[in-house]
Design a protein around this ligand. Sequence first.
Ligand code: NCD
Length: 323
Amino acid sequence: MNVKKLLTRNEFFDRDIISVSQFEQCDIEFIYTLYVALKECRGKGVRLLKDKVMAALFYEPSTRTSSSFIAAMTLLGGGVIPITQGVQFSSVTKGENLSDTVKSLEQLSDVIVLRHPEVGSAEIAAQISAVPIINAGDGIGEHPTQALLDLFTILERLDTSVAVPKDLLTVAMIGDLRYGRTVHSLVQLLPKVFRHIKFTFVSPKVLKMPDNILAEVDSYGIEYVETSLLDFHTPDIFYVTRVQKERFTDKKKYQSLKDTYCITEDDLKLIKKDAIIMHPLPRVGEISPEVDRDPRAVYFEQVGNGLYTRMALLLAVLYRGKK
Ligand code: NCD
C-alpha cells in the first residue's frame, strides 16, 4: 500500500496527540493502515517530512520512546532537536518553565514530542503551543503512543484487523496499575477495537487501578476483576509492568512492592499456547530473562513496532495529504 496515497484521507494534520480518549475506531484504523504500510517497506523510501523538524523534549528518562521517535523522524527525512539526554543540559536547569520552553521550541520546530512528570502537562503545552504536541508520557497520566503500538502488536499477533471483532479476549494487566501510565492508556484504547474483552487487574491493593480509570472501563460496559493473585491459565494477554520507583517518596515501600510478581520459565507451562506476554519495558525483574526465548514473549517486538507507530503518527500530524 502506498503511504502517500493513504495520506490523502488524513484527518490528523496539525492535531495534537494527547490522550487515547481522542481516538475513534476509524482514527485507529487509519493509523494502523499507515503503520502496516510503513512496516511493509520497513520504513524505507518514505522521506515525506524532509523540510520538517521534530523537537523531542523529555523531562523524564527514556530509552525506547525517545529513540524510536528520533529514528522515525530520521527515516522520514526530517530533522530532530534532541532534548532527551536530560533537561539538565537545557535551560530548564536555569529555572525556565514549561511554557517558555514550549514557546521557544515552537519557533524552531514543526512538532514537539513531550514527556513530563506532571499529569496534564501535554494538554497544557498543547494550549500554549502553535505546533502540535505529542504526549510521550505525562506523569502517571497517559502514554497514548505506547498504547497504540501495544494495540498494533496485539492485532498482528491475533492476525486480525481493527474492524473485525475477536471472540472474547481476556487481558491481564499486572503490576503497578496505580502509577503506570501505559496501562491507563491501553485499558481505555482496547475496548474501542475489541468489543468482547474482559480485564483482570492484578496488583497489590496499594497499586490498584485508579477509580477514574475504572469508571472509564465501566462506561464501556466492560467486565473486569481486581485481584492480587495472578492466574496463568485464563488470560490471552499478559501485560506486565514494573513498579514505578520514581513515583514513591517512601523508598522502603517501593522495595517491599517491587518483587510482587515475576513471570518465570516454569510459569510458561501454565499459560495458553497462543497467549502473548507483553511489557512496555524497562523491566526490573518482573519477567525473568529465560522467558525471552519463548515465542509468546513479544516485548522486544513491541519496541520494533514502536518505530512504525511513531512514523505513522508523525506523518499523520505533519503531512497534509489532502489537496
Ligand atoms: C514506560 C513509561 O515511560 O511509561 N516506558 C516506555 O515508554 N516504554 C513504562 C515504564 O517506564 O515503566
